[in-house]
Design a binder for this molecule. Sequence first.
Ligand SMILES: [Zn+2]
Length: 213
Amino acid sequence: MLDRFLALFFPPKCPYCKKVIAFGESECEVCGKELPDFARSAKIPSGEICISPFVYDSLVRSAIINYKFYGQKYSADSFSKALANTVKSEYAGIDFDTVTAVPLSKQRLRQRGYNQSEIVAEKAAKILEIPYERLVKKIKNNREQHELSIEERKVNIKNVYALEDKISVSRKTILLIDDVMTTGYTLAECCRVLKDGGASAIYCAAIAVKSNS
Ligand SMILES: [Zn+2]
């Protein structure tokens, strides 16, 4: 009810073309037809699987850039629905205990004001009816992975994450969410921390996957 009321003043918009859309829609009809039916999985360097509803290209690429760097937060609705649908189909039958997201450093969080992966993860968790928890924190403010070469990324991401204080992941099956997967080193490093903490299984999902070629 409150959502509908707010929609009068802040009508939902298509994340891809920014046109106003009907309440409850995730994107406009035109963009919806252009979005690739992509859903695929890839292995990350630590051996876990990462699934994504989208490839990081054209419409999706500009929508994610606007979401991440230009405060276009309403896109989180569309991204989380697509992500939740992909989780339902690709990870069918997996009994997740918890959903978590790749964290930002405190400094980056202050600059941006929000963790783009966490907003999508929380919304997806709600759709999937799985609790959301902060499990991993970033303890080093390293350089942004997307500014670096593949070789540099591997080194840059080492030992930058740790388990959150007073959190137990022992014997948990975890869904770990990131925004864009490129090399998979970021997800792999978070998986390592969770596995060291005793997690029994980790499955990853990203809004989009960037092809390395
Ligand atoms: Zn559109």
